[in-house]
Design a protein around this ligand. Sequence first.
Ligand code: SF4
Length: 227
Amino acid sequence: MDEIERLQTQARLAARAAAPVRPAAADLERARRGALRVLDGQLARLPATVRSQPACRRGCALCCHLRVAATAPEVFALASYIRSELDGPALAALLSRIEDSATQLRALPRAQLTATNLPCPLLDGAGACSMYAARPLNCRAYHSLDYAACLASFQRPDDPSLGHPQSVAIARVHAGVQQGLREAGEAAGTDTREYELVTALAEALSDQDAAARFAAGRQAFAKAIVL
Ligand code: SF4
């Protein structure tokens, strides 16, 4: 087993151990924080020989125009964070943007879902994530070693052959954490589907029953797009 594979396996096992046996909100938040601690710890242990410097910079929001897959616990955590950060007109404006985006996404033919550049409604006016602290794991994991490749892909969203280089080490440690959380969810009998972020977030913020469905081991979101 090479060093990166060992770190990926450690990340998977640690994330699984940190996850809850019951799908209660407090347990889920504890698990999310535990998984992030595991993630940061494993990334810090990556050997210098496999570290690469991402080309990502604050204000570059190209990847925030892609579709994001997120699990129900991540979506609930993000919804809760939004409600803790905003209120009044600011919250109402964001809820409206999220609902508008979700309506557009749900209306798209499935084949076009990943071929459009609809911006994430959580982007602020400066091209940064307004809810950065609670962004899902896939947003945390996403990075690029080549800005030009990202730009080419952004300009041709209908061409799936266009990609960009990523750090294998970073991607695999993230994959380990996500696999560990998925295994824990399966063991607890909870919904481990991956949902399109915006449509799931719109539902988490508007449907009081979504969390209860998840806690009962049922599919959390009825209208969100399952990826
Ligand atoms: S949640 Fe934040 S980081 Fe993720 S796509 Fe939306 S704006 Fe970007």
